[in-house]
Design a protein. Structure first.
Ligand code: AMP
Ligand code: GLY
Length: 425
């Protein structure tokens, strides 16, 4: 069995490590991968995640049986459409499905059409119409770039002046290029956030465990948004009652909507949710695994990930087992100084050998001398598992203490809110 995995981050490392551990006979190729992945896979630094032709040629030449397309950019660029057209089986949605993440106005219209609870919104392509709308709106308001913007395309504005500035930056100055020439302006919601990743094959949808990401860079949700600084799984706010609400009001209606729209979504469909006073609402869809949610979920997966990927690709998810342990996992992101704006690179990474099995490598490469060095914003993830959430968190932080690189930054409060610990004012 030959498997291709697109991407180079912690999420892809976690997927590759799980595939390898559960199926040691499988031959895994990562495009481009990162240096640490070579423990489990053949890495191809010369074939990047957006090199559609390069990936296709390699898969054809090497007879890759299944290609896992994880990052948002290649999904939106139609990599799955292209690979499937060449006869290569894939896990990951085609471009039509990736639009649920790649265009916020598409996703909002989908939710409106299929009565899926979400924040009230308006969508604008015309700057003056958007400007007029914010004159009489209720604040705070949320302004979102329509397209992919590396997780930075969402701004919460407190007043009219701030709204005008953001609209100018997004629509006129095109801060995120074409991605922000169209905007969605939506109602500001409050409540705990819950991520639920699901496997979907277009006919059947099965949830994984719930998770809670921590998006801001500093403790107690201070500082700018990042790709995610840490995760706990399962999410304690996702009670059995909330899970029922999710399944009946959000998850199944989403699948029904996809079917009604003839959208054959085969991959991981990620629900970013908020538990508001007026019920559970969808903040966003992602058409892929979350990062770092995946890193905290896969260690708890009991079923065989490769069998699930194959079942999704063949539209046989209905009969596939998706089973998790009843343990808890905490994942702490160790980031480089300067992340998210301008991460420092090239620092040597040291860790105690006994902690290696709890490490997920993301922004790393090998120096000329063969040492692992930092090479990105989110450098590595440190895991802790336990029978209870406090145990998992404490284990994770004990492991963090055994890893170091110069100017390493991490949040010290991952899971704290879930344990009822609030910031001291
Ligand atoms: P998104 O990229 O859509 O997930 O948004 C990034 C983050 O912005 C979310 O995780 C929320 O914390 C916040 N956010 C997005 N939409 C809203 C909203 N309507 N109300 C409040 N916060 C929001
Ligand atoms: N951790 C949030 C995301 O992957 O979008």
């Amino acid at each position: 069995m030959k498997i291709g995995v697109i991407g180079s981050g912690g999420r892809e490392y976690a997927i590759i490590k799980t595939l390898h551990t559960q199926n040691p006979e499988a031959e895994i190729h990562a495009f481009p991968g990162n240096a640490a992945m070579s423990e489990f896979a053949v890495i191809h630094p010369q074939i990047t995640a957006m090199d559609l032709a390069g990936v296709r040629e390699f898969c054809l030449l090497e007879k890759i049986d299944l290609c896992i397309v994880t990052p948002d950019d290649p999904l939106m660029a139609g990599m799955v459409d292209e690979l499937e057209a060449a006869g290569i089986a894939c896990f990951g949605p085609r471009r039509a499905g990736a639009l649920l993440e790649g265009s916020k106005s598409f996703a909002k219209a989908f939710m409106a059409r299929h009565h899926i609870p979400t924040a009230a919104y308006e969508s604008f392509t015309d700057f003056s119409a958007a400007l007029e709308y914010v004159q009489n709106a209720q604040y705070p308001l949320v302004i979102k770039a329509d397209g992919l913007a590396l997780g930075k395309g969402v701004t919460i504005v407190e007043n009219k002046a701030a709204a005008e500035t953001t609209l100018r930056e997004f629509m006129l100055e095109q801060k995120f290029g074409a991605a922000s020439s169209q905007v969605v302006i939506e109602e500001f919601l409050t409540g705990p956030e819950i991520s639920v990743l699901t496997f979907c094959d277009g006919k059947t949808i099965k949830p994984m465990l719930s998770a809670m990401d921590h998006k801001r860079v500093f403790d107690f949700d201070n500082g700018p948004n990042t790709g995610g600084m840490g995760v706990i799984a399962p999410n304690p706010w996702f009670t059995a009652e909330v899970a029922r609400e999710f399944e009946t009001k959000i998850m199944q209606p989403t699948l029904a909507g996809l079917r009604a729209d003839a959208c054959d979504f085969r991959g991981c469909l990620y629900f970013g949710l908020m538990l508001t006073d007026t019920g559970l609402k969808v903040i966003e869809y992602n058409a892929r695994f979350g990062d770092p949610e995946t890193q905290a979920l896969l260690p708890l997966l009991e079923s065989n990930l490769l069998e699930i990927f194959q079942a999704v690709s063949r539209q046989e998810l209905r009969t596939a087992e998706v089973k998790f342990t009843d343990l808890h996992c905490a994942c702490i992101v160790l980031a480089a100084a300067g992340y998210p704006e301008n991460p420092e690179k090239g620092k040597e990474i040291d860790y105690a050998p006994e902690v290696a099995k709890n490490l997920i490598f993301a922004g790393v490469k090998r120096s000329a001398a063969g040492k692992l060095i930092t090479n990105g914003g989110r450098v590595l993830n440190v895991l802790g598992t336990g029978k209870t959430l406090p145990e998992a968190i404490s284990q994770a932080y004990q492991n963090v203490a055994k890893v170091e690189f110069a100017n390493c930054h991490f949040r010290t409060d991952i899971g704290a809110k879930a344990l009822g610990i609030e910031e001291e004012k």
